[in-house]
Design a protein around this ligand. Structure first.
Ligand code: ZN
Length: 685
């Protein structure tokens, strides 16, 4: 059959047609776009001998956009609605996409054309964002091996293909391992201590699978309440073990989805790639596109924070031990006891439980509240859009308009945990802002979370932690959607140094703690009663509860990731566990059991974009805490300060170095004190 069915991945001129996309559309669409793009690149190069922005770079952007439009819905579906057929089609495309990216990156003709523009008279007449597009492109040619001899270029291409496949397999293993273990409870007394919401979720999960009793899973809305509240320490231990051995050689599913060999292979290939390009190791390669200047600077930054935070973390842990001993007669705290007794201590000290706050954060109140906060800060208005195709009935679509009523972008919101959806929370671009035929095509974004779903008839009741996550992702969303840059490679989050990407997201989290903002976003789901002052005061007081422990844990991840890529030695392999031990001896205060295989599910660095970049969270937190301190000085809803942040940071995308944007907003270089203060950590080392 040669009859060409309409392919929704090719014909979308706006948002993807989620109702129409089928796995069988994927490969033909990608094959066609890649082949047409290749032809078009050659045609563009052959058409002239002297190149210009309008005759080369602008049309190339069109090609990139077309590929994005075909692929972005696929990779999105792979994350939120995985199935065997989709996975097969997705994986079949990965090597093709990778090969194409390498070919473009190593294309001598294209490289010469870019250089000609960069060195020609047009360059100085282009605007700063356009020059940044060209500078980034030249840098990326070098990072793609443009200067390598042909045999090494072929090797580079092969490595990139294998890396993309390994990364995908890594995430799939984690998803499968997360779903591959459940615990059915038939005697409710075993659930003693669990809040009503967690029980109701477990009951609902069991019912959905036609099972009697309660079903506990390793998805966070199920897992975390067990670790934090279940009185039965054997139940906690069982879930802890299953969770922290996912995709490994340990635990109840030992060897079944083991990511161990994949990690070794990923590290070895990354190292080889970096060295081929003239870097000492992958950490150096990673920094080539980041704000940080050198691996030593990153390590010194993390070490410095650890030195300051660790004494506090040690004190907090000693207090916890003492509390568990004095109040509960517990001699030794095991890894699965920490959350449980921490929650008890929080209760004891602040009379505050996460569960107590939940009724004040119904999603029906939090969302309008979040939008109201954004409206006050940035003068934007957000409204629900009807009639847009989505991939799941829970998904909603919204439009952002500015103060003059001009639409600025749209976003999908997919809030709840469900099977076949990757864990965690993230923002991803769907469309990037750009100019087509003289008119602005507005951006679109995906905001994805894994919150506790609504139970029965009630709206979903969020924990305060979930509210913070929502603000975080929304901050990323604003960064992508409020961009005023019209060039795809540097608009929104495109082209932003990775270690600055977490600035707008962590920045927005601060409003979850502000009294004025909470007045907008908290209200009892039954009575509408605002968050009581006493509860708010206890919540504020508990804000830095165990902040030291939390900080050293993040630093442990950051240092582990960075040193893993910095110290890789081909002769000795990744030594993943050995290195993790060493990092823990240096910074950690809690040492987990030896079967813990946390790296095997560390998708951020093995299948996300955070390889030798997990430190970015802390790096950007310096920026975000310092940016927020401007609002502490001027008022949390100070409109001029909000407008300045929008103009300097949110609207400028990757069109200039992140440091320049920060300095324009703050009037000076970033300082670390606001971060320390926010965590209750003393500035003196
Ligand atoms: Zn983030």
């Amino acid at each position: 059959m040669t009859h060409a069915m309409a392919n929704p991945l090719l014909d979308a001129d706006d948002l993807p047609s989620y109702a129409a996309i089928r796995p069988e559309h994927i490969e033909p669409a990608i094959d066609r776009v890649l082949s047409e793009n290749r032809t078009e690149i050659e045609r563009l190069l052959a058409a002239r001998t002297s190149y210009t922005w309008n005759h080369l770079i602008q049309p190339l952007e069109e090609l990139e956009d077309r590929l994005n439009k075909a692929w972005s819905p696929v990779s999105h579906l792979h994350a939120v609605l995985d199935s065997e057929a989709l996975r097969a089609a997705y994986n079949a495309c990965l090597p093709k996409l990778s090969a194409y990216a390498t070919e473009v990156g190593q294309h001598q003709g294209l490289y010469r054309a870019y250089r000609q523009i960069a060195e020609g008279s047009e360059y100085v007449r282009l605007d700063a964002a356009q020059r940044k597009v060209i500078d980034n492109a030249l840098r990326d040619f070098r990072l793609s091996g443009i200067a390598l001899p042909p045999d090494q270029q072929a090797r580079y291409k092969h490595i990139q293909q294998e890396l993309s496949q390994l990364s995908a397999r890594f995430a799939e293993n984690v998803l499968d391992a997360t779903q591959g273990w459940t615990k059915r409870v038939t005697d409710e007394t075993q659930l003693a201590g669990l809040p009503e919401s967690a029980r109701a979720l477990a009951r609902q999960t069991a019912q959905q699978r036609a099972l009697e009793g309660w079903l506990l899973t390793l998805e966070l809305p199920s897992y975390l309440p067990v670790l934090n509240y279940a009185d039965d320490c054997e139940l906690r231990r069982e879930l802890y073990e299953a969770f922290c051995t996912r995709a490994s050689d340990q635990g109840p599913n030992a060897g079944r989805w083991d990511n161990g060999p994949l990690m070794e292979r990923l590290l070895a290939l990354r190292h080889e790639l970096a060295q081929m390009l003239g870097f000492q190791d992958y950490s150096e390669y990673s920094l080539a596109t980041k704000m940080a200047d050198s691996p030593d600077q990153v390590l010194a930054f993390l070490d410095g924070l650890a030195r300051r935070a660790r004494p506090q973390a040690q004190r907090e842990l000693a207090e916890l031990r003492e509390f568990a001993r004095a109040e509960f007669g517990i001699g030794a705290l095991e890894a699965w006891d920490i959350g449980y007794y921490s929650e008890k201590l929080r209760q004891h000290r602040y009379q505050l439980s996460q569960e107590e706050l939940r009724p004040y954060f119904p999603v029906t109140r939090v969302l309008p509240g979040l939008f109201a906060v954004a409206e006050k800060l940035f003068g934007i208005a957000i409204r629900l859009l009807d009639g847009i195709e989505v991939w799941h009935p829970d998904v909603r679509v919204y439009e952002i308009a500015d103060s003059s009523g001009q639409p600025r972008g749209r976003f999908y919101l997919d809030l709840y945990a469900r099977p076949h959806k990757r864990g965690g929370a993230w923002m991803d671009g769907c469309l990037a802002r750009r100019v087509i035929d003289g008119r602005v095509r507005l951006p679109a974004a995906y905001l994805v979370c894994n919150f506790t779903p609504p139970l029965g008839e009630d709206p979903a009741l969020l924990t305060h932690g979930e509210v913070v996550t929502l603000f975080h992702e929304f901050g990323h969303g604003l960064h992508h959607l409020l961009s005023k840059i019209d060039y795809l490679p540097v608009t929104g989050i495109h082209g932003v140094e990775w270690d600055a990407v977490e600035l707008p997201s962590q920045f927005l989290e601060n409003w979850c703690w502000s009294r004025e903002a909470l007045a907008l976003l908290a209200g009892h789901y039954q009575t509408g009663e605002p968050l009581p002052e006493a509860l708010y005061q206890r919540m504020r007081a508990a804000k830095t509860f165990q902040a030291g422990i939390l900080m050293v844990r993040q630093l442990e991840f950051g240092l582990f990731d960075f040193r893993l890529h910095r110290e890789f030695d081909p002769a000795r392999g990744g030594r993943v566990l050995e290195l993790l031990d060493a990092v823990r001896r240096q910074v950690a205060v809690i040492i987990p059991p030896s079967y813990n295989r946390f790296p095997n599910a560390f998708t951020h660095i093995f299948s996300g974009g955070y390889a030798a970049g997990y430190y970015s969270y802390k790096w950007a937190e310096v920026l975000s805490a310092d940016a927020f301190s401007a609002f502490e000085e001027n008022g949390v809803f100070d409109a001029p300060t909000g407008a300045r942040f929008q103009r300097s940071v949110l609207e400028t995308g990757g069109s200039r170095p992140a440091l320049a944007s920060f300095v324009e907003f703050r009037g000076r270089e970033p300082r670390i004190e606001p971060l320390l203060r926010a965590n209750g950590i003393k500035a003196a080392a």
